[in-house]
Design a protein around this ligand. Structure first.
Ligand code: BGC
Length: 463
């Protein structure tokens, strides 16, 4: 734990060696320094690619904010998305072209159980077939059970605001995983509890669209962690088949979103709030997974301190989603006690996020102290012009290699996203794909320049 604290302090004051953003000389060798057996591939989630869904997010899409703005930029809809529900052939061709040995995608609970107790067997069979087809090509399926969406009937009962959702998602997990046993070893239970809670209860940009409610936000995260513990136990119970022959029938984690927080100034209050924010958003979840104790503190609003049976030991690896860095300015009048900004004079991406590979390095070293291997389950960049992703990729893989040299245990890298996808909030305005998708008509998948870079790095990754 001492090491964790030291790295945290170093991270907060920004003291570690840094990656030169203009140095892409590593280009020709990067990837070769990753460990043997490394997982390498792309990611999607059902809500962003499948089309034809009815869930909490498709309902949210139809709505507007009090000032009349549509919830999704330009009032776009995910009705068709990239039509991946019907175009697995196309997606598989992309996965293969990229030289992947893993593909992360999600199940859609709303599709599999559209009404309580009603099971869509043909849809389940299709997901299973996807897994079998991936495996036949030597590609491991990494299956996310819940990625942001809930069936409307679950939300009507309170969603993750209500602990009664825990047995529902546990039962869903048990049933779906039983069907996938023998095809899948790698699982993510829930995607980004902190993002779902912050966007849904603090910023009001995800359903249910509540604003400034850090109390419910914190309880939702805790409920999702409890759900994760039950889901993990269910997965291990029903899937006892080692599909890929590596000696493990299941590898379970959740996908934890981290952001690299630095104080916006040397002001003591900015430093203190940056530390609190880091603990709440970044540290609390892995700490809870290790110790079984959820401790989350928003001073003046809520201090949640709870020991959860089954949470300690519930992950076999840590799934880490990393994109960017934020500068933290104390704002004691706001619900989160802070304002997040970006550092001036930095190269930013299409959504104005700072490009900061050293943040990834720092989290890999820091969280390796917990003892699990880490799989980067998301890392990527919205880049419509296609001018930044190649460099972003090279620099982030170089950061991973540097972390590995410094003792981090990293078992895989999964890029967000495999193809352009329908983003929550931004719709098709934010283009994350290694392959672009013609969303104006043909839905054809076309490699971006970064696809060749991804493939070239992958070819050097020791398999
Ligand atoms: C989410 C993805 C999302 C991505 C880019 C992540 O936090 O897991 O669903 O598309 O960020 O915005």
């Amino acid at each position: 734990m001492k090491r964790v604290m030291l790295v945290t302090v170093l991270a907060l004051v920004g003291c570690q060696a840094s990656t030169n953003l203009d140095d892409v000389s590593a280009d020709a060798t990067v990837g070769g320094g990753l460990p043997k057996g490394f997982l390498w591939g792309g990611a999607t989630a059902g809500m962003t690619i499948e089309g034809g869904l009815t869930d909490t997010f498709t309902e949210w899409e139809k709505g507007t904010y009090p000032d009349g703005r549509p919830h999704i930029r330009d009032d776009q809809r995910s009705t068709v998305a990239t039509d991946s529900w019907n175009r697995f052939d196309d997606d598989l061709a992309v996965i293969e072209a990229l030289g992947s040995n893993v593909y992360r995608f999600s199940l859609e609970w709303s599709r599999l159980e559209p009404r309580q107790g009603e099971w869509n067997a043909p849809a389940m069979a299709r997901y299973r077939e996807w897994c079998a087809r991936l495996r036949a090509k030597g590609i491991r399926p990494l299956v996310t059970i819940q990625h942001f969406t809930l069936p409307v009937w679950v939300a009507e009962q309170g969603g993750f605001e209500n602990e009664a959702t825990i047995p529902l998602i546990e039962a869903f997990t048990r049933r779906a995983v039983a069907e996938l046993a023998g095809e899948v070893d790698w699982y993510v239970t829930v995607n980004e509890p902190n993002v779902l809670a912050v966007q849904g209860y603090l910023d009001g940009v995800f359903p249910p669209g509540k604003v400034g409610d850090t109390v419910t936000q914190t309880r939702v995260i805790a409920t999702m962690l409890k759900a994760h513990a039950k889901m993990a136990a269910a997965i291990r119970e029903v899937d006892t088949i080692d599909a890929d022959g590596d000696g493990f029938a299941t590898r379970v984690s959740l996908a934890h979103h981290v952001r690299y927080f630095q104080p916006a100034s040397h002001d003591v209050l900015d430093t203190a709030i940056a530390g609190l924010t880091d603990d709440y958003a970044n540290e609390a979840i892995p700490r809870a997974l290790k110790t079984g104790r959820i401790f989350m503190d928003v001073p003046g609003a809520i201090t949640l301190d709870e020991q959860v049976p089954g949470l300690a030991g519930s992950v076999d690896y840590l799934g880490l989603n990393y994109y960017t860095r934020d500068m933290v300015r104390a704002d004691l009048g706001s619900a989160s006690l802070s304002q997040l900004t970006y550092r001036p004079n930095r190269q930013l991406n299409d959504l104005g996020w700072d490009l900061y590979p050293d943040g990834l390095y720092s989290f890999l070293v820091r969280f390796s102290a917990y003892g699990w291997p880490i799989v980067i389950t998301e890392n990527g960049i919205p880049d419509t012009a296609g001018t930044q992703r190649s460099k972003y990729l090279v620099q982030h893989v170089a950061a991973i290699e540097r972390a590995v040299r410094d003792g981090a245990t990293v078992a895989g890298y999964v890029h967000w996203a495999l193809i352009d996808n329908f983003e929550p909030i931004e719709g098709f305005h934010a283009r994350f794909g290694l392959f672009s998708v013609d969303t104006t008509g043909s839905l054809k998948r076309t490699p971006t320049e970064s696809a060749a870079v991804f493939k070239a790095i992958g070819d050097r990754v020791p398999r």
